[in-house]
Design a protein around this ligand. Structure first.
Ligand SMILES: Cc1cc2nc3c(=O)[nH]c(=O)nc-3n(C[C@H](O)[C@H](O)[C@H](O)COP(=O)(O)OP(=O)(O)OC[C@H]3O[C@@H](n4cnc5c(N)ncnc54)[C@H](O)[C@@H]3O)c2cc1C
Length: 457
């Protein structure tokens, strides 16, 4: 067994920052959703890039798998060390190294969370816009190519990482990208590592684009009798070029769950929640144009506000929607689906999904970042009930098939992890083999987050 030898060598450089405590192994073997417990053999807590490089060299020497760990909030079992070895937990690499207000960028270690970064940026008038709801680490967000409520305006991690530093499987340290806003110099290795889910290397530093805090923000919420007109409103808003910063959809079941969880009093109907960023006059005008579209599609209760307390309450409820849905079925665990279709097919995709879930025996509230054509069903299953889990998987499978048929993708933002591996062939065809060739070139021993992303031998 090579792993014990690796652990002995790792303990020499990390001391008590190589942990084999039961609580550490338990924490790093669990995930947010339904994937079975898969603990590592040990958890490493590096503090510098040099330590990460030394860890990789030792693991390479002893064929010991290494799987990165940010905040552990990924939803497809991404960070589970399914072949054992070590979890490399980046929580101690949590420093903001540079903020460059003039260039509107910053350099961070991967363990900085998005909330911590925005806290640190408060006095600068800048903010980092990618918002997956969970207080994820920026390294983890880069690895899953995360997005969330604001991607419709500011893009995903793909659009917001200018460059990065990574430790490869053999311990080499590379830098990709620069602080320049654009570059035509060679292959886009930044783009390759963003979304690679830690299968090509461990990310040890990120250079991120920042945005100016808008002068004014307005937010609005409105209800619809049916899902169709709500989604049609989104499509027309986009087609008219009204610049939304967020536009979120929740169905009647999610509204009911949020009421029960957060003490809110939304009518139990489909809702749109929307936010505009700009000048005082701009956001007022945008909110009014949007309100007119809502009226045309039979929406009601439209009310907008630019008061921060109203806005914060609205988005806090939206961000808690996952936990509200979980709480709607006592003791349940969730299979969280995630698909994305071209915007013109969104209404059809949501309606078909809703009808499919209505015919099932398990509940599945629907919500999503509809401005990108991206939505989720939170399929609630009783832990240990294999019939229910199978039903949830079958529903999720049909959702993915539907998305692919419509020219969309198996995952808009959550990523592949363990849950979506089975769709890579269908979505990418021969391009999936090219991904395998890249993995083989960079990690020939399959030590970086093995069991994920590429065809399994
Ligand atoms: C309530 C809730 C809501 C969510 N909403 C959204 C949403 O709206 N949009 C969205 O995109 N996601 C969403 N997510 C999913 C999750 O927040 C994202 O996937 C996030 O990017 C994961 O970041 P993390 O720090 O938790 O990473 P982890 O879960 O710790 O890791 C994710 C992957 O990255 C790898 N990894 C982590 N750090 C490194 C590193 N430094 N180097 C190499 N590999 C590394 C891990 O091995 C794993 O493969 C949500 C999750 C929850 C619980």
């Amino acid at each position: 067994m090579p792993v014990p030898e690796a652990l002995t060598a790792l303990a020499k450089i990390l001391g008590d920052r190589l942990s084999r405590s039961k609580s550490d192994l338990d924490l790093h073997g669990r995930n947010e959703t339904y994937f079975p417990f898969a603990p590592p053999d040990a958890v490493a807590y590096p503090e510098t890039t040099e330590e990460v490089a030394a860890i990789a060299r030792i693991c390479a020497q002893h064929d010991c798998p290494m799987t990165g760990w940010g905040a552990g909030t990924s939803l497809e079992g991404h960070a589970l060390p399914v072949r054992g070895g070590i979890s490399v937990d980046f929580s101690r690499m949590n420093r903001v190294l540079q903020v460059n207000p003039q260039d509107m960028d910053c350099v961070v270690q991967p363990g900085v969370t998005r909330e911590a970064l925005n806290q640190e940026l408060r006095a600068t008038g800048l903010f980092f816009p990618v918002d997956p709801g969970a207080n994820a680490s920026l390294g983890g967000m880069a690895c899953t190519r995360a997005s969330g409520t604001t991607a419709v305006r500011y893009g995903t991690m793909r659009d917001n990482v200018l460059g990065l530093e990574a430790v490869l499987a053999d311990g080499r340290v590379i830098r990709t990208g620069t602080r320049a806003r654009k570059s035509a110099a060679g292959y886009d290795l930044t783009g390759l590592f963003v979304g690679a889910e830690g299968t090509l290397g461990l990310i040890t530093e990120l250079t991120l684009k920042l945005q100016g805090q808008p002068e004014a923000i307005s937010a609005a919420v409105c209800a619809f009798d049916e899902i169709g007109p709500a989604v049609e409103t989104v499509i027309e808003t986009i087609q008219m070029g009204i610049p939304m910063a967020r536009i979120e959809f929740v169905d009647a079941a999610t509204a009911a769950a949020v009421n029960a969880y957060s003490g809110a009093s939304f009518p139990e109907m489909p809702h749109l929640m929307v936010e505009f960023h700009g000048s005082e006059a701009g956001v007022a005008e945008q909110a009014e144009s949007f309100g007119a579209l809502v009226g045309e599609h039979g929406g009601h209760g439209f009310d907008w506000s630019s008061r921060p307390e109203d806005r914060n309450a609205l988005w806090a409820m939206r961000h808690n929607a996952y936990y509200a849905c979980l709480a709607a079925r006592k003791g349940a665990t969730a299979l969280v689906t995630d698909l994305c279709v071209p915007i013109s097919r969104l209404a059809e995709a949501v309606e078909e999904t809703r009808a499919d879930i209505a015919a099932a025996t398990i509940p599945g509230p629907i919500l999503g970042h509809v401005g990108d054509g991206n939505f989720h069903a939170i399929l609630l299953v009783e832990p240990g009930n294999t019939a229910e889990l199978d039903e949830a998987k079958a529903l999720s499978h049909r959702m993915v098939e539907r998305a692919l048929r419509m020219g969309g993708t198996a995952t808009g933002e959550h990523g592949i992890g363990m849950g979506k591996l089975g769709y890579m062939d269908k979505e990418h065809g021969a391009a999936w083999d090219v991904m395998g060739a890249l993995k083989q070139a960079l990690d020939p021993k399959d030590l970086m987050n093995p069991g994920k992303m590429v065809r399994q031998g």
